[in-house]
Design a protein around this ligand. Structure first.
Ligand SMILES: O=C(O)CCC(=O)C(=O)O
Ligand SMILES: [Fe+2]
Length: 264
């Protein structure tokens, strides 16, 4: 793993060490303060390059182009809101996805299956454990956004999202986010509508660095990727972990997300 990750700076292989404890503490502080932490240079530069080179040809020919209109909840309706409520304004998302079965040999999969990675993420999130999925498609995705495209405003369905940016576009592609916009007890619809109108001064923009590990609390943090501009596509690896082992998607979910389905 030392050829893939910078284990001198980020000693994920030494969970008993003081350095590991200090790293976990730093990540937890950032999560509490910013709703996000970023570990720059986590994936080694030559590995980032290899991950891009391996994914790019398949991205051109085999990726699933997913274009959809959705609201921030990815739901058709929300109890207590009329269908024309500004909170349910539909925004457009376009991106291109490669699934784990199309990433064979890619170092992002090697990282995903390395158990200390899941343990480290769990520790930063204050969880006892996290487990990789058993779904042959959903485990790891590499998503590309091309000129004029982006993942639009949404809350995540899972509590945390774990990504590594592989390639930045020439322009755009930043992660724009509004921390703690809602909570379990308060959906803050007025606040959601204000962000959608571009009227919330607390929205922040993070320019992610290729190779950096990024973890954020997307369940209460409204976020989007800024529309990409230019020839170079934005490419990001997205890692799916759950707090129980053996999670899979149904065939219907696979079809909905990826336009095809394969059995686990
Ligand atoms: O592409 C990114 O940086 C964010 C991805 C994201 O928000 C998601 O997968 O839910
Ligand atoms: Fe998200």
């Amino acid at each position: 793993m030392k050829h893939i990750l910078d284990l001198e700076t980020y000693p994920l292989d030494k969970p008993e060490s003081q350095e590991y404890a200090a790293l976990v503490a730093r990540c937890r502080e950032r999560l509490a303060a910013d709703g996000m932490f970023e570990l720059k240079g986590f994936l080694r530069d030559n590995v980032v390059r290899a991950a891009i080179d391996l994914a790019t040809p398949a991205m051109r020919t085999d990726s699933h182009r997913h274009a959809r209109k959705h609201n921030v909840y990815f739901r058709d309706s929300v109890e207590g809101l009329s269908d024309d409520d500004p909170v349910l304004t539909r925004v457009e998302t376009v991106n291109h996805t490669l699934c784990a079965d199309q990433l064979v040999g890619n170092p992002v999969l090697t990282l995903y299956d390395w158990a200390p990675f899941a343990s480290f993420l769990a520790a930063t999130m204050g969880k006892d454990a996290l487990y990789p999925m058993e779904d042959p498609m959903a485990r790891v995705n590499v998503q590309a956004s091309r000129d004029g495209e982006a993942l639009n405003w949404h809350f995540d369905r899972s509590e945390f999202t774990t990504t590594i940016l592989l390639q930045s576009p020439e322009e755009g592609g930043e992660l724009e986010y509004r921390k703690d916009l809602r909570s379990k007890d308060d959906p803050n619809y007025a606040g959601v509508a204000a962000v959608l109108r571009n009227e919330d001064p607390e929205v922040r923009k993070a320019r992610l660095t290729p190779g950096a590990l990024n973890v954020f609390r997307g369940v209460d943090t409204l976020h989007r990727v800024v529309r990409v501009k230019g020839e170079t596509e934005r490419m990001v690896a997205i890692f799916a972990f759950f707090d129980r082992p053996g999670v899979t998607m149904t065939a219907k979910e696979q079809l909905g997300f990826y336009g095809r389905s394969i059995a686990a």
